[in-house]
Ligand binder design. Structure first.
Ligand SMILES: Cc1cc2nc3c(=O)[nH]c(=O)nc-3n(C[C@H](O)[C@H](O)[C@H](O)COP(=O)(O)OP(=O)(O)OC[C@H]3O[C@@H](n4cnc5c(N)ncnc54)[C@H](O)[C@@H]3O)c2cc1C
Length: 476
């Protein structure tokens, strides 16, 4: 590995010091490094469909994570410089001001992120030292794996399980050296929400948990969920839940911001198996981490087509986008309790279970006949675990224009309710005022007990979506 005299380590979405390959490039304890983090207004504040790309909850989690990274770097003896601006401008200016001989950063699979890398390569020249892509897999060149990626996840999984090992986490250094900063140099404060134009919103007490950004919070969650409460051993049975903090790991906000490393999570599941027990559930968490990896590779392979209406498969499916439907979905006012409860949970907490995400994505793109990209953008705004590859990958999958596009993937909401919320406790928790007084058997269909009718008939609208799908498949 090449070693540099003094370097800027540009932290993008790897906001941690554990398992941090960026440190390896320094080549020895006395090689000076300084961290840089840049808040890019384009990525967060730009208005799409009338709302900023990142909502207040997501940005709060991010800023907490940056604050925590700064503390960790200072404890190790280095520093985190914080700036607000466009990285392709800010970073070359800092590199000149600090007279470093290299800028080291991970490449990112997203389209905009790659555009910024090209601009940095042009302006920094040989000082630009990208490290490749982060991966949980032990592979030399992820680009090759991405180029050859199968369109179906299960083929990818089988290949990985047979041929590729999980990569081991890196050691955390015990100390870091910092380059001499010019006198009076301003390291910059982590911006607060108000200075960025956000309202500070209160936490909703019904949230599955109190999510706080930062590496130590992520590591605490990992330890508490996996080891203290032994939840990993039942994960496969509980993972489709919607209520409470234990049914799934809730690692996603920390993974998405890199406060937790995917490699570390995998290695902890293996340690759990050695120390406690190994069963289908302990395997299943790694299975889900492979889904995450798959969508990262999928985005690398398909690039900008992930964000187009027809998706990577260039589908001719059209969406009618009837007036007002997206707004009813977004605000939890479709009249279908399971959909509305999930959408209210999303907008008031920044989180939604995987089961919920699948149900509401299917409802928007199938029953409501709304362009799926509007849903993906609303998720991008709200989710504290927003990650371009996981979000757009799952949305293209749900809409039938992405990975594994075989067959009609529409969810029957009544069946989902019967399977995953049979007592109606989940919808009652979120829609208590609307349905609390109804008998349990009507909680998922209040219209059958004289309540308001939903904006579409769930059964009929699903059949119509299926008919549209079949017509396209038959080439009519
Ligand atoms: C429409 C839609 C949009 C989504 N958007 C995102 C997103 O922006 N960010 C995000 O991290 N996940 C996204 N997911 C995937 C999944 O819903 C979340 O990762 C999961 O619900 C997070 O909760 P958890 O950490 O408790 O998951 P667990 O069930 O405990 O899973 C462990 C980890 O595996 C990964 N994982 C699990 N399922 C998936 C999946 N289907 N795709 C990719 N990774 C997965 C996540 O990193 C997760 O933290 C989306 C799913 C759908 C259907």
């Amino acid at each position: 590995m090449t070693v540099y005299e003094s370097s800027i380590l540009w932290f993008r979405s790897q906001l941690r010091v554990h398992d941090q390959p960026l440190f390896e490039s320094r080549g020895g304890e006395d090689r000076p490094v300084v961290g840089v983090w840049v808040f890019d207004p384009r990525e967060h504040l730009e208005l799409v469909d009338g709302f900023p790309r990142a909502g207040s909850r997501r940005v709060r989690f991010l800023l907490e994570s940056v604050e925590s990274l700064r503390t960790s770097l200072r404890e190790l003896g280095s520093e985190l410089i914080v700036r607000v601006g466009e990285p392709e401008q800010v970073i070359p200016e800092l590199a000149a001001e600090l007279n470093v001989d290299s800028v080291i950063a991970f490449r990112q699979p997203g389209t905009e992120e790659r555009g910024i890398e090209r601009l940095l390569a042009a302006s920094l020249g040989p000082k630009w030292k990208p490290l490749g892509y982060e991966s949980v897999l032990e592979v030399e060149d992820l680009d090759v794996i991405a180029d050859e990626l199968p369109e179906v996840f299960s083929r990818f999984r089988r290949h990985v399980e047979k041929k590729i090992a999980f990569a081991r986490p890196r050691e955390t250094p015990s100390s870091l050296a910092i380059p001499q900063l010019p006198s009076g140099f301003d390291v910059g404060g982590v911006p607060d929400l108000r200075s960025l134009g956000y309202e500070v919103v209160d936490a909703d007490e019904r949230s599955v948990m109190d999510f706080k950004g930062g590496e130590s919070q992520g590591l605490d969650r990992l330890h508490s969920w996996m080891f203290d409460h032994d939840n990993l051993q039942r994960y496969k049975q509980t993972r489709n839940g919607m209520l409470g903090e234990a049914y799934s790991s809730k690692f996603s906000p920390w993974l998405a911001n890199g406060c937790l490393s995917g490699r570390f999570v995998v290695s902890e599941t293996l340690r759990y198996e050695r120390q406690r027990l190994a069963n289908e559930s302990t395997y299943w968490l790694r299975f889900e981490i492979l889904w995450r990896e798959y969508f990262r590779l999928y985005l690398m392979k398909h690039g900008p087509s992930m964000f187009l209406r027809g998706g990577p498969v260039q589908s001719d499916l059209a969406w009618g986008d009837p007036e007002g439907r997206f707004e009813s979905w977004r605000t939890g006012e479709t009249g279908v309790p399971l959909v509305d409860a999930n959408m209210i949970e999303l907008s008031t907490t920044g989180f939604m279970s995987n089961r919920g995400r699948q149900i509401v994505a299917s409802f928007l793109s199938k029953n409501l006949d709304v362009d799926w990209r509007r849903g993906a953008r609303w998720f991008e705004h709200c989710l504290i675990d927003y990650c371009p590859s996981a979000n757009w990958g799952n949305w293209t999958y749900a809409a039938g224009v992405g990975a594994d596009p075989r067959g009609f993937r529409g969810f029957d909401v009544a069946r989902q309710a019967a399977n995953y919320d049979p007592t109606g406790d989940y919808v009652a928790a979120w829609l208590g005022d609307r349905i609390g007084s109804l008998p349990v058997e009507s909680r998922h269909a209040p219209w059958l007990a004289g309540g308001p009718t939903p904006i579409v008939d769930p059964e009929r609208s699903l059949s119509e979506a299926k008919r549209r799908w079949d017509q396209l498949a038959a080439g009519d």
